[in-house]
Design a protein around this ligand. Sequence first.
Ligand code: NAP
Length: 266
Amino acid sequence: MSPLQSPHTWLITGASQGLGLAIAMSALKVGHKVIAGARNTRKAAEEHPELELLGGTIEDLEEPEMHAIMETNFFGPIRVLKGVLPAMRARGSGTIVLIGSTFGFYPCPSCAMYNTSKAAAEMLHETLMKELELFKIRTLIIEPGLFRTNVVTNAPQPVAGFSEPYLGTAIGKSLELVGNILQDPARYMPGDPSKLGDRVVEFVDRSGMAKDVAPRDRLLLGRDAVELYKLKLQSLTEDLEASSQMALSTDYDGHTGQGVSVVANF
Ligand SMILES: NC(=O)c1ccc[n+]([C@@H]2O[C@H](COP(=O)([O-])OP(=O)(O)OC[C@H]3O[C@@H](n4cnc5c(N)ncnc54)[C@H](OP(=O)(O)O)[C@@H]3O)[C@@H](O)[C@H]2O)c1
């Protein structure tokens, strides 16, 4: 990547390791300034106490465990946004970038709460796209597949363990995959975080690989992300086609109003 004409300041939360760190390095490489947020700057590499990606069935999860993941992936970022938005709005510029997840769109069995927290964060950011556009604030969503960080190693298991009956189901297969990833990350984790960092910076700056493509709000990263997106989109298209007739049958006879579809014009 070539050095920038006009550097910006990037505030990156969770920049102590993994994707946050990779994005910080990519931003610095092209001349941006980075404010790297880390909750514990002296954290030893072998510690992994966070509740980022909580596996297990919802039957096995205690309510405080469910709250913890929503705090990390949903309410925590909202607090950061509420802190920075007034200044961004007053300035009339800035970009919000959510590191979402393919699993916020295509569900991974055994990760119900993680999937849910990411889906909630994504809908929040899709709403912000509309609400903040007039203030010239861009909102972008990054959808990574599986990238080789400590994300799986760092994921704690439910305190209660796993319910026996689920082990032969999709959850069992998913937990087997987690075991494989932990044993052989090089084989099972295809994504290179430093390349993700470069693509994210290019997407935000509209430089490099993003230079000549039409501006978009969402960026998929990783072959696995592309694959799962296609599957889900196909399934949604089939849902739409299969249910259209029944959907159109439930309005009051003779009613011609647009209902909530009017929001598409807002
Ligand atoms: N890697 C992937 O395959 C992948 C795929 C899709 C989406 N993502 C998303 O990308 C983001 C980064 O993941 P990663 O792969 O880089 O994971 P990671 O290597 O485990 O890094 C997680 C980062 O988040 C911070 N963090 C975790 N819990 C926190 C909390 N409660 N409060 C404040 N900071 C907290 C960690 O700080 P400490 O160093 O202090 O623990 C660390 O900086 C996550 O939102 C993840 O869901 C990752």
